[in-house]
Design a protein around this ligand. Structure first.
Ligand code: ADP
Length: 614
């Protein structure tokens, strides 16, 4: 287990506070204040109570006693109101905290280099951290809870020290009882019981963490079988057809043994044993303190009221010391988790460091060039693209065709900078695309990926990809994308919700309709480049014909890169690049390519022609 240095014990929480304060300003402060008030309250009460008893057993002045009684009532009432209000604010902030922390993880995932999103090791790191964070509250959430407790401990210790000074200073006249050695003896008992508590908490924390580590693994499997397989309609259908319930049962049984086996019973036993031993030590230390106070009072060192004060305060002091030790153990645990959290958050962003702004050209005179680009996916030895050379400029319609696995999508992923080329470079207006600010660079592209996502928002928001939208523009884009007729029968027009997740009046749409909406979204963005990855794959032949026959009108003066393995849909493009095993083996217009009867295009065209009458 990696050790946490003293410096880390300071630096890690410091950074943690910064993050918490960024997302939930004032939360820790409110918690600290609430704990401080509730820690101070009993001390003041005990002190006033001691004064009342002393008064009653001494001078018996009625006004003084009344003053103390009114004082104690008012003080407790004020503390109660303040404490409750602060705790309520804290609780509200705390319930919001989880959503902010989820956002923190989502922000990181969205901003990290795309290859890291596909990196199994990093994704495992993310999943583990995420589960520890949200299921067990390790790391930052622990810091939120522990800090106010630390303040309580501080108040307990300092106040009880201040209130017990007189216990040791007051003299009985008996040399043995007045010997300062008693301070050391009582401290020894208290610290020893604290140490026992520390060990117990430390051991039980570690044991619990160990169990949760196993649990996180088995929970993921449960989650997969119980939630993802059974609750997602598209997956649930698969489970029914290829009855996978047997596999699910077997796996769940395997993990059930893992979770409830002998090892866990041992943990349970030890988790009970350690605290029991530590409470025995607490008992011994309390008895020592009581005896000391009672004997001193018996010998006349102080009044009877002070017995109450010293006994309560000494036991609070013991609690404080024990909690301090426990906090030490807590500190080790959350520092270790904070370290892991920061290791994840600090995964460097190597790809998107460019800063050049993309020149906003009124003439839209952009051109893109692939210069001898080769590419291997991370952790693979095979080139997905080899020596790709192609140039296209605004207004051109480029079709990328080829069989499955020939590298078409990879080509687009490089163009969108989801990956950087292994060799060669991609230029925008003669400048390597790495040098541009990533957001700026992406603003000139509209992409409809094959596995695009629509959301359960209203249609207009889906098309505009934002909460606010220009109604007329949304309608125009939907019409261009071939959704016009369907739009007319949508119950609330562009205000109709898609899907039924959030709105029972939502509309379920077919794959083809979804694709048209995705196309409309790409048009709405008004970017000079529009990239369509198999845009017609889910469309029926009539809709497909509609899209590509009107493509010139749809794409307008934008540059369009059109990927398809159906050659018929690409005929209208100015230039067709034929991919084969990662290489561009032919380029030209449809007519030019067809004249080469020995070429791949001719072969593919004839193979597909029998299915399509074109
Ligand atoms: P196409 O779009 O023409 O069907 P792709 O560009 O998706 O082809 O794939 C080209 C090659 O790269 C294929 O051999 C495929 O197996 C491989 N490939 C695609 N995605 C990945 C990935 N994320 N990791 C490793 N290899 C991949």
């Amino acid at each position: 287990m990696n050790r946490i240095s003293i410096r880390e014990r300071i630096e890690l929480p410091k950074r943690g506070f910064k993050i918490i304060n960024h997302y939930c300003p004032g939360m820790v402060r409110t918690g600290v204040l609430a704990e401080a008030v509730s820690a101070m309250q009993p001390f003041v009460s005990v002190w006033i109570s001691a004064q009342i008893i002393n008064e009653l057993s001494g001078l018996r002045r009625v006004e003084t006693v009344v003053l103390y009684v009114v004082g104690i009532v008012l003080f407790n009432f004020a503390c109660y109101v303040l404490k409750t209000a602060l705790k309520e604010i804290f609780r509200k902030k705390e319930s919001e905290m989880w959503r902010w922390f989820e956002k923190m993880f989502a922000d990181k995932q969205m901003s990290m280099d795309f290859p890291d999103i596909e990196n199994a090791e990093i994704q495992h790191q993310h999943k583990k951290l995420f589960e520890h964070f949200f299921m067990f509250g390790y790391g930052l959430p622990q810091l939120v809870v522990s800090t106010p407790l630390l303040v309580r401990v501080f108040v307990n210790i300092t106040t009880s020290v201040a209130m017990t000074v007189s216990l040791f200073v007051s003299k009985t006249g008996n040399a043995l009882m007045d010997n300062p050695i008693w301070i050391a003896i009582l401290l020894f008992f208290i610290v020893l019981s604290g140490y026992g508590n520390y060990k117990a908490v430390n051991k039980t924390d570690l044991l619990f963490e160990k169990t949760t580590r196993n649990m996180a693994y088995s929970n993921r499997t449960f989650d997969f079988f119980t939630l993802r397989l059974s609750q997602k309609p598209e997956k649930a259908m698969d489970v029914r057809i290829y009855d996978q319930s047997g596999i699910a049962e077997k796996t769940i049984k395997k993990f059930s043994v893992f979770m409830g086996g002998k090892e866990e019973d041992k943990y349970d036993f030890l988790r009970t044993l350690y605290p029991a031993l530590s409470s025995l030590l607490v008992g011994v230390s309390n008895v020592a303190c009581y005896l000391f106070v009672v004997v001193k009072a018996f010998l006349g060192a102080f009044g009877i009221g002070n017995i109450v004060q010293y006994v309560s305060v000494l036991s609070k002091f013991g609690d404080g010391i024990r909690e301090l030790w426990a906090m030490l153990s807590d500190n080790t645990l959350y520092c270790r988790h904070l370290k892991r959290t920061f290791e994840y958050l600090d995964i460097p962003n190597k790809m998107y460091q460019g800063s050049l702004t993309v020149e906003k050209r009124d003439d839209n005179e952009y051109y893109v060039e692939f210069k001898n680009v080769s590419f291997k996916y991370p952790n693979t030895d095979i080139y997905a693209l080899r020596h790709v050379n192609v140039k296209f400029k605004v207004g051109e319609k480029l079709a990328v065709v080829g069989m499955n696995g020939s590298g078409k999508t990879t080509f687009i992923k490089l163009l969108c900078r989801l990956y950087d080329p292994t060799e060669g470079e991609i230029l925008l207006n003669g400048v390597n695309i790495k040098k541009y600010d990533y957001q700026e660079y992406m603003s000139i592209f509209s992409v409809v990926f094959q596995d695009f996502q629509l959301f359960s928002f209203i249609l207009g928001q889906n098309v505009a990809a934002s909460a606010e939208y220009d109604r007329e523009k949304v309608v125009a884009c939907l019409e261009k994308a071939g959704f016009g007729e369907r739009l007319e029968v949508m119950p609330k027009g562009v205000e109709t919700s898609l899907y039924k997740n959030f709105d029972s009046d939502g509309v379920e749409i077919s794959g083809g309709e979804a694709q048209k909406i995705a196309l409309a979204r790409a048009l709405y963005k008004d970017a000079p480049f529009i990239i369509l990855d198999e845009p017609t794959a889910a469309l029926d032949p009539v809709s497909e014909y509609e899209v590509y026959s009107k493509f010139d009108e749809i794409a307008g003066d934008r540059t369009a890169v059109y990927i398809s393995h159906r050659l018929a849909s690409c005929r209208f493009c100015d230039k067709i690049a034929v991919f084969h095993q990662g290489e561009i083996i032919q380029t030209g217009s449809h007519e030019e390519l067809l004249t080469d009867s020995g070429g791949k295009y001719y072969e593919l065209w004839n193979a597909q022609a029998q299915y399509y009458t074109v």
